[in-house]
Design a protein around this ligand. Structure first.
Ligand SMILES: Nc1nc2c(ncn2[C@@H]2O[C@H](COP(=O)(O)OP(=O)(O)OP(=O)(O)O)[C@@H](O)[C@H]2O)c(=O)[nH]1
Ligand SMILES: [Mg+2]
Length: 449
């Protein structure tokens, strides 16, 4: 087992930087260059020290020792907080490597933590989400997965499956004597309890994913209506190209913006119209796909054009299967060019993307949707696609278990499906893993985490 080292703070110059060293030789390697504090058996020990290379002073630092297993990775760990100079950081790192450490791979500290049983796989993924979290909502979801309700829920499900297996095996032990030891009705009701809980978790994925990545909002409308201008105005940034040439936006553009702690993923699209240009046609197909995935549609109408256009488009959009389940906002743009908001059979939001009027009403309406539709968000929510897929397999296996029990199949056959369910649940927490899965998960991390 090697000792790994990396700079754990972001690349660049900061006030301070942290170089981390972890593994069986961590204390020995560090002691060549620093005076170390006396390691405490169960608590981190920190002290002021001087880092030297070949006897030359490199920096005055604070060094913290974490003795195994009471460290993030579970191995002996040294954290050196130095001044944020790039030269100092690099010299300290290089010196540690010259003394026998190896440069850590992306996510390797967390991978060690997983392998040492400090975190399960789902919690390791939560660490990546926590680092990525940019708002109150994605932070709350990551914390729930790291130490909160979600982590507990998975553990409970696993325990229930183990209990069920044990009960069934009891029956297996006695099958020679041809008695059904365990009460099958009880087994069946246990299996369906677990099944119901898994269905509920899987159903929370749509909401969990929306809250983690942002509630999807599609901006659609005719070419030149001002869709890209609206995106830019909401983001207060010139993200999308705006021009008076119809058909400027040909592909979808996606950005996140946060209203009152809730992230929205806002997607600008190509204008809706029939076109002979193959690229524009592709863009329009993308627009339809975006509409299908969105929870909220902002239909942008150019107020200088007859409102009949908008009515035609909205008529056509009804053909999209899930359209009626979505929130539709009709945004009447370019109000700076006209006298009044047209009378329409819909509530409209009069705005000017150009000078910013009316935008506050629109964002408040978005926030209201977040606080109504997403207010009843369950405490425990599924946000990870990998977990969603794995739970799909657990669900299938449990369906077979329940059916097997009801059809009075022999216990050993039912046990196969039960083990299958446990196997797939185990892939979430990492009791069952492959190098491939681990590789793809830990490659999401940066070096130093
Ligand atoms: N006066 C005025 N002009 C606007 C307003 N919003 C957009 N425009 C202008 O309308 C033109 C089209 O704006 P875009 O934002 O590119 O429109 P779009 O809907 O994204 O157009 P496509 O990408 O081509 O479908 C540009 O010349 C904008 O400057 C507005 O509120 N008032
Ligand atoms: Mg555009």
């Amino acid at each position: 087992m090697s000792t790994i080292a990396a700079i754990s703070t972001p690349s660049g110059i900061g006030g301070i930087a942290v170089v981390r060293l972890s593994g069986p030789e961590a204390f020995a390697i560090a002691s060549h260059h620093l005076t170390l504090p006396k390691p405490d058996a169960s608590r981190p020990a920190a002290s002021f020290s001087r880092f030297r290379k070949d006897g030359n002073l490199i920096d005055e630092v604070v060094v913290t020792l974490f003795r195994a297993p009471h460290s993030y990775t579970g191995d002996d760990t040294v954290e050196i907080s130095c001044h944020g100079s790039l030269y100092v950081q690099q010299t300290i790192l290089q010196t540690l490597i010259d003394s026998g450490a190896r440069l850590a791979e992306p996510g390797e500290f967390t991978r060690k933590a997983f392998l040492n049983g400090k975190l399960n796989l789902s919690q390791a993924e939560a660490v990546a989400d926590l680092i990525d979290s940019t708002n109150a909502t994605s932070h709350r979801l990551a914390i729930s997965q790291l130490r909160g309700g979600y982590a507990k829920e998975l553990e409970q499900l696993r325990q229930q499956l183990v209990d069920l297996t044990a009960l069934l095996e009891l029956e297996l032990d006695f099958s020679e004597e041809d008695v059904e030891f365990a009460d099958r009705r009880r087994l069946h009701s246990l299996a369906s309890q677990i099944y119901t809980r898994i269905i509920a978790l899987r159903e929370s994925f749509h909401m969990g994913n929306a809250l983690k990545r942002g509630i999807p909002v599609a901006i659609i409308g005719r070419p030149n209506a001002g869709k890209s201008s609206l995106l830019n105005a909401l983001l207060r940034d010139n993200r999308a190209i705006v021009s008076d040439i119809p058909g400027t936006t040909r592909d979808t553009i996606e950005e996140t913006f946060v209203v009152k702690g809730t992230p929205f993923r806002i997607i600008d699209t190509a204008g809706l119209r029939h076109s002979d240009d193959p690229i524009e046609t592709l863009g329009i197909q993308r627009t339809i796909e975006t509409v299908v995935q969105a929870d909220i549609i902002l239909y942008v109408h150019d107020a200088t054009q007859p409102f009949l256009q908008a009515l035609d488009d909205l008529q056509e959009l009804q053909d999209i299967r899930t359209f009626k389940d979505k929130h539709l906002f009709i945004v009447n743009n370019k109000m700076d060019l006209v006298q009044e908001n047209p009378i329409a059979p819909y509530r409209t939001f009069p705005i000017s993307a150009k000078n910013g009027t009316g935008l506050e009403d629109l964002t408040s309406a978005l926030a209201r949707i977040a606080s109504t539709d997403f207010a009843q968000a369950p405490d425990v929510m599924l946000t990870n696609v990998r977990h969603y897929d794995a739970l799909g397999h657990v669900e299938q296996a449990l369906l077979h278990v329940a059916k097997g029990l009801a059809d009075r199949l022999p216990a050993d056959l039912v046990a196969i499906d039960l083990r299958d369910a446990l196997h797939h649940l185990g892939t979430i927490t990492g009791q069952v893993t492959s190098d491939e899965v681990l590789g793809s998960i830990f490659s999401r991390f940066c070096v130093g985490k």
